[in-house]
Design a binder for this molecule. Structure first.
Ligand code: SR1
Ligand code: MG
Length: 401
């Protein structure tokens, strides 16, 4: 366990005692604000009198969302630091890691206070153009760069073993793959969704498909995943239409080796929530555009991966036809994972503000739509296309105002 759980008042002394941090910011003129609003950690934004800034993030020994009665390993900070380093070396769309204290489980991160959380922007109706596509580039760069197609087999296995993250993966296995489908005390279902949820719970094809996705998540080691790439794990600044968009993924504490389609699927489900919200608010064009990001990000992902492909190791063992054959399977996985995320963010423990902040009537429309979309994504995953998902999403929510 860390020697101490930091408070805002203790942060200056903590920084003063750590040489790397003293170089980056003046502890004697520091202002500190604790801004953590996620489910797990403490987050301190620090600024000195000269305007230098950084963020400290400390893993608590428990799940903040629930409290000390749900203990959680602080080793997740070690996995997060490693993922930030590895992903940051492969992509510009990753929050910078400035320092890591493995005894205190404290990460020092680039300050992105001039950015905003993508979900917050989406909920406020702000610009989304280009964000999903940049994230798809990030995922393709990581999918290639941490895979056996760019690492030796020995390095690949060593990296996969080093990234093992059983405690956090268990949260994902329980919350994303098991509880929404098989039932759990931690679920909460508003009365407005009782009927559509009961219909799904009786549908064995839906829950069997989710269990198949859980099995894929547990048994596939292809790439170093972010592990929790929802729209609340992405900072954005600026607007692609003005040429000044900045996109940075953060918070990869759920990182582990897993199936390539997982991060794409998590992201897509959250974009579908944002689109469904827009539709319910009567913003049909915006909804269609958000639904359309599944296609544009998939195209961007495949183009980027194909761009890396000529540089693969051992091309004689992996001909071009190998990638052609893998992509449809990655796409089907991504839809399946999106189906799990769509359900769990509607009825599971950890929900999304896109849905939760709607008024009751709109909540009922969007919640039911996301549950039905979950079924389509899971059960039909092998035959879907991004365009068909967009059509299905539109049919479920457009006109739902
Ligand atoms: C107890 S943690 C709940 C959720 O928050 C994280 O961001 C992950 O999405 C996790 O499933
Ligand atoms: Mg998080």
């Amino acid at each position: 366990m860390a020697d101490r759980i930091l408070t805002s008042a203790e942060v200056p002394a903590y920084i003063a005692a750590r040489a790397t941090l003293r170089e980056l910011i003046d502890p004697t003129t520091l202002t500190v604000a604790e801004v953590g609003d996620g489910n797990l950690n403490l987050v301190f934004v620090c600024a000195d009198a000269a305007g230098r800034r950084l963020v400290l993030k400390q893993a608590l020994p428990y799940v903040r969302l629930v409290g000390p009665e749900w203990p959680m390993t602080e080793q997740r900070a070690v996995r997060e630091a490693a993922a930030l380093r590895i992903h940051g070396a492969l992509s510009e769309h990753v929050c910078g890691l400035l320092d890591f204290d493995p005894e205190g489980y404290v990460l020092a991160l680039e300050d992105l206070s001039d950015h905003e959380v993508f979900r917050t922007r989406l909920n406020a109706g702000g610009a989304h153009e280009g964000v999903a596509e940049r994230l798809a580039e990030y995922l393709a760069d990581v999918a290639f760069g941490t895979s056996v197609h760019s690492l030796t087999e020995a390095e690949f296995r060593t990296r996969a073993a080093a990234a093992i993250n059983p405690e956090l993966c268990e949260i994902t296995e329980d919350l994303v793959f098991t509880e929404p489908f098989l039932g759990a005390e931690r679920n909460s279902v508003r009365p407005a969704l009782d009927a559509p949820y009961a219909e799904l719970r009786a549908d064995r094809a839906w829950s069997a498909a989710a269990m198949a996705m859980k099995h894929t998540f547990l048994t596939t080691q292809e790439t170093l995943l972010h592990g929790d790439l929802h729209t609340g794990s992405v900072f954005v600044r600026g607007d692609a239409r003005d040429g000044d968009l900045s996109v940075r993924a953060f918070d990869p504490e759920f990182a582990c080796y897993g199936p390539i389609g997982f991060d794409l699927g998590m992201l897509w489900a959250n974009l579908l929530f944002a689109g469904a919200r827009a539709a319910a608010l009567g913003e049909q064009d915006r909804a269609e555009a958000l639904f359309g990001t599944l296609a544009t990000s998939w195209d961007g992902f495949t183009a980027r991966l194909r761009g890396h492909w000529p540089g693969r190791r051992a091309p004689e063992r992996y001909p071009d036809s190998y990638l052609d054959g893998r992509l449809p399977a990655i796409l089907a996985d991504a839809f399946g994972f999106a189906g799990c995320e769509a359900a769990r963010r509607t009825v599971g423990l950890a929900k999304v503000s896109d849905l939760e902040t709607l008024d009751d009537d709109r909540y009922a429309v969007v919640g039911a739509a996301m549950l039905r979309l979950s079924r389509t994504l899971l059960v039909d995953r092998a035959t879907l296309t991004p365009a068909r998902v967009a059509e299905a999403a539109s049919a479920l929510v457009v006109g739902g105002e």
